[in-house]
Write a new protein. Structure first.
Length: 566
């Protein structure tokens, strides 16, 4: 059995590669690349491409390059380059020594452009951008040939050299491929190969004042690196004829371009341009704001690389665009953290509880399970004393029907501790608000079980007031109110769909003292409240937690409902 047969195909791209390997194409090699533009931070959509390109290389024992498409110096920054490298590593992939930049090939690209000119397949055009759009035609009407299309080879070589020498201002001239202005594919209507751009490049400095367009740089870079399968998102399908045309005319090594559907996620925008607008407009705090779909934002929120890789595996690789419910992404992180995250108790909206029959100066250490899904994680000691904090919503003085938590005369279980019964409340004289809840406890129920077999209908989490640490907790919601933020009324845009209360900061929360030992980035479950992650803003004085995801599992309900209909 060949190596190709030993790999089980799971999508149409892997099937194509398997067929190529069986046919001995590309010397039975597999070599992919992940080619981001360093003009912003990577988002969850890029994770799909990263997992696909590096995953294919892994599955077929091939190679995958990391290559930066750095052909537009006005929008690119070293900060973005470094963030991309960090994100790819964090996801669990390694390009080894194969890190490249399109700028590595600028000299070769220039030589190829001159080759096209000398063969009469490219020309320098003086049309302005507006004129070029006018000449281009429409989807139903052919374009018109530029009046500069008939320049001689000698004149074009000279003009292109002068463009490189910096004689002309930005936008005054371009180098265009000479293909077919009547083509039904607008991308083939004499596309621009080079434009003039007097700008410092983050790697080449001021060496160049002309820069190649993506369509030219992309295929040439793939060829130079001897990529076998150039995997792109679906919007590049109409560009494939141009990819092939350039490589055929240059008579160079020719990879195969394959397109797949990009990731579209509900309640999210997936455009670096739009994400940059959110950052620059201060609608969010930064690129790594936990409400952002960037990988750095998801990491700061507490998402794990395992959960994101699992998400990418679940959504698969398709040929047609679709929208993935964000609930599936939340399900994946919830599923992973349920197995791996230690449990702790925390109170976000504290209400003081005084156990009136508990000794004033006594403290107990009760045993609590760190993760019921993994006994190897062991147990911890939780301090218990006379004064506790519980959640405000866990007490009602005048409870409605179906409310089984603490209320006057009712007995409940305190997690890992005792049964307690509410005997009264203390109110603020001026506001009438409840300041304290008084309870008695049953010493015979230590550990949370009753020796006489009586049952209670509610178990509450709590923290000891004398031992608790104060913390700040940030509760994040979706950034947008609508599943499709770009589906807006005329005259408005995606900004109008932003949720006004997507972040709630709670500054006086209380947590178990054991949490003091966790470092920024560590994830945990606050029992009954959700999964949380320690934020880098934390200090030795006060920890800051971001809510990663709630315990409520929307996707599981959706999936269960679909199975029920089946």
């Amino acid at each position: 059995m060949s190596e190709a047969d030993s790999v089980r195909p799971s999508d149409f791209i892997r099937e194509i590669i398997r067929e190529d390997l069986n046919a001995g194409k590309y010397d039975s090699r597999v070599h992919t690349r992940f080619p981001p533009e360093p003009n912003g931070y990577l988002h969850i959509g890029h994770a799909k491409s990263i997992c696909l390109n590096f995953g294919i290389a892994r599955d077929f024992r091939g190679l995958c390059n990391l290559r930066f498409d750095d052909t537009n110096p006005t929008k690119e920054e070293v900060e973005y380059v470094e963030s991309i490298k960090e994100d790819v590593r964090w996801l669990g992939f390694d390009w080894e020594e194969r890190i490249y930049y399109a700028s590595d090939y600028f000299d070769q690209m220039y030589a190829y452009a001159v080759q096209l000119i000398r063969e009469g397949k490219a020309y320098v055009c003086d049309l302005s951008p507006d004129e070029m759009r006018e000449y281009r035609g429409t989807l139903t009407e052919p374009g018109k040939e530029s009046p500069y299309r008939s320049r001689s080879v000698e004149e074009n070589v000279d003009m292109f050299a002068r463009m490189r020498a910096g004689e002309f201002r930005d936008g005054s001239r371009t180098l265009r491929a000479k293909i077919d202005m009547s083509s039904g594919n607008i991308n083939m209507r004499d596309p621009v190969i080079y434009r003039i751009l007097h700008a410092e490049h983050h790697r080449t400095g001021g060496k160049w004042c002309i820069y190649p367009m993506y369509d030219f740089a992309h295929c040439v870079s793939d060829s130079i690196e001897r990529i076998t399968h150039s995997i792109c998102t679906l919007e590049f399908e109409d560009h494939r004829p141009l990819y092939d045309w350039f490589l055929r005319q240059l008579n160079v090594y020719h990879p195969q371009q394959i397109e797949f559907a990009r990731l579209n996620l509900s309640f999210t925008v997936m455009s670096k341009r739009k994400l940059l607008r959110l950052v620059e407009g201060k609608y969010v705090n930064s690129w790594d704001d936990p409400r952002m779909p960037t990988l750095s934002g998801l990491r700061r929120r507490g998402y794990t690389p395992e959960a994101i890789r699992n998400f990418c595996d679940r959504i698969g690789v398709a040929k047609r665009d679709s929208v993935v419910d964000i609930a599936l992404l939340e399900y994946c992180i919830r599923e992973h953290l349920n197995k791996t995250a230690p449990r702790f108790m925390a109170v976000l909206r504290p209400l003081k509880v005084v156990i009136t029959n508990y000794p004033d100066d006594q403290t107990e250490e009760l045993e609590a399970v760190n993760n019921p899904e993994d006994t190897a994680m062991g147990t911890r000691k939780v301090p218990f004393s006379k004064v506790l904090y519980i959640e405000q919503e866990d007490f009602r003085e005048d409870p409605p029907k179906q409310f089984y938590r603490l209320s006057p005369g009712r007995e409940v279980r305190l997690r890992y501790a005792y049964y307690v019964t509410c005997t009264g409340v203390v109110k603020d004289d001026s506001t009438g608000q409840i300041k304290e809840v008084h309870c008695t406890y049953d010493p015979a129920t230590r550990g949370g079980d009753s020796p006489d077999g009586r049952k209670v209908k509610a178990t509450l989490h709590w923290v000891s007031a004398a031992h608790a640490l104060e913390a700040e907790v940030r509760l994040y919601e979706n950034l947008f109110m609508k599943p499709d933020p770009e589906d807006t009324e005329a005259g408005s845009d995606f900004i109008s769909c932003m949720k006004p209360n997507s972040l709630e900061i709670m500054s006086s929360c209380y947590i178990e003292p054991e949490l003091a030992g966790l470092r920024p980035g560590s994830g945990c479950q606050f029992e009954r409240l959700g999964y949380f992650c320690i934020d880098p803003d934390s200090t030795d004085i006060k920890l800051v937690f971001n809510r990663t995801v709630t315990l409520k599992d929307t996707w599981a309900k959706i999936e269960k409902g679909q199975k029920g209909k089946g």
